[in-house]
Design a protein around this ligand. Structure first.
Ligand code: WTA
Length: 665
């Protein structure tokens, strides 16, 4: 139970946040603006006037074995090529360059293990291990162009593994450490991976789960997979198959120290990353080298206003997602940043661990997901206030629209009202951040990702004919190529064209999100197209209704789905979790929330049905699985729950639905 003082504090905060909901815009803080890397708004016009030249200029910030003379080659659109006559290597740019500049002793990662272990890893150490592992891979017969799978938790070896692959031109295919062995197998099979780098076991909240043993159960049938390299991380027992399996540390001991980075074509594939699409088969998004690095380095530097000598940066994502690839590994390392890497969960060993680590390492730039912010809101400010967060100077979010209340909480409670917030919109496919405030220039509006990054052209168009929608909702599109764009879907060129460039032609990239642009030209991302609900012919976004529900003072989180309805085609059904310990609200509260939504959006948006939930079914990356909620709301058998962070959530919800039906009778 919270004590009275904390309770009073909580009420005051609540009142303060409610009062701030009416503030339309937040200016970049004066001091931040003064010292920002970019502080002159003319950068937008400059980049727009000659976007090809702007990107070529950004590319030249990197190290090239052979500098490119050309920007984008559009001759075979939508298969665009960038900086095509350049030669480059990603690991050289992330490692050798810093060591050669005398910064080898700089900490690349303050690594923190679940049980409080700490390791500071420098750029020089990473370069040493990377070269050794690269040599070991070569010894095993891995050649330029061969795909190497990586299935590792948040341990430093995952960075070495990615860097070693990049060094020899072997595209990596990282599978998120929380996925099942079957998903690993599927992804190795699709990508015809020759080797897999994995681990003996993985720790999570004080428990250790076997990893290699699970992979072994399913992987033996794969002929293409010739080698498995196993990191000893937890001393979990595992069998090693003679000739196929190798201990990571033994390979490193034996390997030569020096492995010069391959001079690769700019368009050499750097990695494949599987992401979910509209069909059951995941899409193998392919990123190449020169363009990807250009986009990542520029966005990481300017969006986070990174000053590598002074800042300590922390992106709380997992390396297994694109956010981890771009903004834990490649972006920060390209820019020579010092980062925090945390193995564990945000509530282990306690609910304030993130803030404890921010204090401990003096984190200045912090990047996380709205869903995590909402969890922290729910846990309460007392977990935050114990720690000194005064070094923080910028906050970021990614992954989903952030509801204004969470934005304000982040701003006030974490940012002490002095840190600009960058709400960054982008996707696995875009490789880099696309729509975002530049923190020293752009005024922010809670809930809006604001405007495209310099050089990027985005628009909102009518779904029927692709004409721009001046003031209202439509489909988000990107109207010119950008360097870090996906090049294709692995071995599925046709699906690539069909998914992204069929609808409005090969010059217009279809994002798959609905959005609107306001009178200031700010973009408001509404959500995936498939999350739009149509009630009596009126289109509404589940995200928008959710935001409205969540802004009710008693609500912690909500997930909204369109449920088939005889009267209106679809009706809005909301799964709602309450603040604090309450798991169920009264009928009065239902009425109150419905009126609250009506007040915020309109009567049509009022949820027809509200289901109280202890928790919501989320993927391990924090995305709510609406498909499962639709199943449950419509009384269908619930589909595959293996990708859920906590599969038990579904059982609880099914129990609630049964109760609901009984009480209706
Ligand atoms: C959503 C994650 C609103 C969006 C980097 C997009 C966002 C999908 C934002 C991509 C944001 C990401 N505001 N929505 N700031 N960032 N999204 O591929 O629907 O895992 O299409 O990449 O997340 O998810 P992905």
């Amino acid at each position: 139970m919270a004590d009275t003082a904390t309770q009073a504090g909580g009420e005051q905060l609540e009142e303060k946040l409610e009062g701030m909901l009416d503030i339309e815009k937040f200016e970049p803080p004066e001091d931040f603006h003064k010292h920002a890397l970019l502080s002159d708004p003319s950068v937008f016009e400059e980049a727009d006037r000659d976007w090809k030249g702007w990107w070529l200029k950004q590319a030249k910030e990197l190290h090239w074995f052979k500098e490119p003379t050309e920007s984008v080659d559009e001759s075979n659109a939508p298969f665009y090529k960038w900086f095509n006559d350049g030669k480059i290597n990603a690991s050289y740019n992330c490692l050798d360059r810093h060591v050669e500049a005398g910064n080898g002793d700089r900490v690349a990662f303050h690594w923190r293990g679940e049980e409080g272990e700490e390791r500071d890893i420098t750029y020089a150490e990473l370069l040493r291990d990377t070269q050794k592992l690269a040599n070991a891979l070569k010894e095993l017969g891995i050649k330029k162009g061969d795909v190497v799978g990586i299935f590792l938790p948040m341990i430093p070896e995952v960075v070495v593994a990615m860097m070693a692959c990049a060094r020899i031109g072997a595209p990596h295919n990282v599978v998120f450490g929380g996925f099942s062995a079957d998903s690993v197998k599927e992804r190795m099979e699709f990508s015809e991976a020759k080797a897999l780098i994995t681990v003996d076991g993985q720790r999570r909240k004080g428990k250790t789960a076997p990893v290699k043993a699970k992979v072994d159960e399913v992987i033996s049938g794969l002929d293409t997979l010739q080698h498995m390299i196993v990191v000893k991380s937890t001393n979990n027992d595992c069998e090693m198959k003679e000739g196929r399996d190798h201990w990571y540390h033994e390979l490193l001991e034996k390997a030569d120290d020096e492995c010069p980075a391959e001079e690769l074509d700019a368009e050499h594939p750097l990695y494949i990353l599987y992401t979910s699409g509209s069909t059951a088969k995941p899409k193998g998004v392919v990123h190449t080298t020169g363009g990807y690095l250009t986009g990542i380095a520029a966005t990481h530097r300017y969006v986070f206003d990174l000053k590598p000598e002074e800042d300590v940066y922390w992106c709380s994502a997992d390396v297994g997602w694109v956010t981890g690839h771009s903004y834990i590994v490649y972006g920060p390392m390209l820019n020579g940043a010092t980062s925090v890497m945390f193995e564990g969960a945000p509530d282990y060993p306690h609910k304030g661990i993130w803030w404890e680590l921010c204090e401990r390492y003096g984190v200045t730039l912090f990047y996380t997901a709205p869903t995590a912010i909402r969890a922290c809101m729910k846990w309460g400010v007392e977990h935050v206030n114990k720690f000194d967060l005064s070094k923080l100077r910028l906050l970021g979010t990614v992954g989903e629209p952030i509801n204004p209340k969470a934005w304000l909480w982040y701003h006030v409670v974490i940012g002490g009202e002095r840190c600009p917030i960058v709400d960054t919109w982008w996707q696995t496919e875009t490789g880099a951040i696309m729509i975002t405030p530049l923190p020293g220039i752009v005024e922010t509006k809670p809930g809006s990702a604001t405007r495209p990054f310099p050089g990027i052209a985005a628009d909102v168009v009518d779904e029927r004919d692709g004409t721009p929608v001046a003031d209202g909702q439509g489909l988000l599109v990107i109207t010119r190529p950008w360097p870090s764009m996906l090049r294709t879907l692995y071995k599925e060129d046709e699906r690539f064209v069909e998914t992204y460039f069929d609808r409005f032609g090969k010059e217009t990239y279809l994002v798959g999100d609905a959005a609107r642009k306001d009178k200031d030209g700010y973009f408001w991302i509404i959500g995936r197209i498939d999350d739009v609900v149509n009630v009596s012919g009126h289109r509404m976004s589940t995200a928008e209704v959710e935001s409205a529900i969540v802004s009710h003072r008693m609500v912690a989180e909500a997930a909204v789905i369109g449920q088939a309805d005889e009267d209106s085609g679809q009706a809005i059904c909301a799964f709602v979790t309450l603040e604090g310990d309450e798991t169920e609200g009264s009928d009065d509260l239902i009425a109150e929330i419905r009126e609250h939504v009506a007040g915020r959006i309109g009567k049509l948006a009022r949820p027809k049905r509200i289901i109280w939930a202890d928790d919501l079914p989320k993927t391990r990356s924090g995305k709510i699985m609406r498909r499962l909620l639709r199943d449950i709301a419509e009384g269908r058998a619930v589909g595959d729950v293996t990708t859920l962070r906590d599969p038990d959530v579904m059982q609880q919800l099914e129990g609630k639905i049964k109760e609901e039906h009984q009480s209706e009778q």
